[in-house]
Write a protein that binds this ligand. Structure first.
Ligand code: AMP
Ligand code: MG
Length: 417
């Protein structure tokens, strides 16, 4: 990454916290977009970012076809024959129909091509077989139960734009026009590092002063759920040497680096000085709670995001700032989570100078309104709050919340993929 335009106006001092929107704008402006594409089979493309627009070479469906099991008729003929016609043709799905004879109806099945001359399909439940004739109801309408050629997609149409994240629905749409392989942006390789002398991996016995490394699992999962590759460099000791060694390795082997812990300014916090030594640092104090310190910069040309160490802070800052940054680097076009307004079923009486992202849950009231409640313990060390929640209720800086008031809410569904 070559520098960061706009990063030099970093607010001085801890008192000036940067609003999250501004921090995000700066991160996104500095995101180096990966332009390496690879072709993958559709079966391997889930969750990846499409590198080129996809156009359809065919109409979908390719011909008029029946939406029902029933009988295909010509409406004018049906009327002149007094709503009674013999069956003159049988058309299962996959068969090639003959033109419909004037004096007859065609037995037809769902998905089968409608024969030339037929202009309506009557579902079998509405018909009666009397001898070898079918008796039809009176209310048959022109075109009923016929899915017309090109109803879904027209030949030449743009079906998916470059930058789309390939969902199961999009893969189905692409398959429906016969495309078997797509160009995707090569998945980013994201190095993750957990800093802290107190950390041990789960599975070991805790010694005095130690805690388990839990951030690593949140980060690896979050990165993988973005369709990216994880390079897990494990625990990094709180020394300048270990931090330098780990960051050099990460910069060499990965497209982006995400660390947790060690981004404050205590003498045990080594991420900041090592980034400054190996590259550039734009440390932001962001006006969010949980969160606040977020180191962003580059190490030997590789972007680095240093998240705070508290597990909830790491989770919140990753999904709100790290995720959009990585998605932008990956070439994705949809990177902003959508907010919705819901009704507070909680109160906040104490104002904060930072924007709060309360771990929250939405449910319907008996009146059908969307009510949001928040987890009892909003401490940034309480990971249980993020597991209980299905999203964040947002309290703007300097605000209180009264029960019944409308508040903004972001669902995890907007943040965890
Ligand atoms: P730091 O940002 O390094 O000052 O860490 C802040 C808090 O988060 C401390 O209580 C750390 O023990 C804790 N912490 C840091 N890294 C991790 C981790 N990987 N897993 C769990 N807790 C962590
Ligand atoms: Mg630490």
């Amino acid at each position: 990454m070559s520098g960061c335009s706009g990063c030099d106006t970093q607010p001085a001092g801890a008192k000036e916290l940067m609003p999250i929107e501004q921090a995000l704008d700066r991160l996104l402006a500095a995101a180096p977009i990966k332009d390496e594409a690879v072709r993958v089979k559709l079966e391997d493309a889930l969750g990846l970012i499409l590198a080129e627009d996809q156009l359809s070479a065919v109409d979908v469906p390719p011909a008029d076809n029946s939406a029902m099991d029933g009988y295909a008729v010509n409406l004018a003929n049906l009327k002149s024959a007094g709503l009674k016609l013999p069956v003159v043709q049988r058309i299962p799905a996959g068969a090639v129909p003959q033109p419909l004879a004037n004096n007859g109806a065609a037995r037809i099945f769902t998905g089968a091509e409608v024969p030339e001359g037929a202009d309506a399909v009557v579902m079998q439940e509405e018909c009666q077989l009397v001898g070898d004739e079918v008796v039809f109801p009176e209310n048959v309408i022109l075109g009923q139960n016929i899915r017309p050629l090109g109803d879904d997609i027209k030949k030449g149409e743009l079906i998916v734009s470059a930058g789309a994240k390939l969902t199961p629905q999009l893969l189905s749409l692409i398959a429906s026009v016969g495309i078997a392989e797509v160009p995707v942006v090569k998945p980013l390789r994201v190095a993750i590092l957990s800093t802290g002398d107190e950390l041990v991996e789960p599975g070991n016995v805790l010694g005095p002063g130690q805690i388990y490394n839990s951030n690593r699992f949140a980060l690896a999962g979050l990165v993988k759920s973005l369709g990216m590759e994880v390079l897990d460099l494990g625990i990094v000791a709180d020394t300048r040497e270990a931090t330098e060694r780990a960051l050099r390795q990460a910069a060499e082997q990965a497209d982006c680096i995400v660390t947790t812990g060690g981004v404050s300014v205590g003498e045990e916090d080594h991420v900041k000085p090592v980034v400054e030594m190996l590259g550039q640092l734009h440390l932001w104090k962001i006006s969010i709670k949980p969160g606040k310190p977020l180191a962003f910069g580059e190490v030997l040309g590789t972007p680095i995001i240093g998240l705070p160490g508290n597990p909830v802070s790491a989770f919140v800052t990753f999904v709100l700032l790290g995720r959009p940054f990585l998605l932008k680097c990956q070439g994705a076009t949809e990177i902003y989570p959508r907010e919705m307004l819901v009704i507070a079923d909680f109160e906040v009486t104490k104002k904060s100078n930072r924007q709060q992202y309360l771990r929250a849950r939405v449910r319907n009231s008996d009146q059908g309104e969307s009510l949001v409640t928040v987890y009892d313990n909003q401490s940034s060390g309480v990971m249980s709050s993020t597991c209980w929640a299905d999203g964040f209720a947002i309290v703007p800086p300097g605000h209180t919340i009264k029960r019944g008031e409308k508040v903004a809410y972001i669902a995890y569904a907007e943040l965890l993929n």
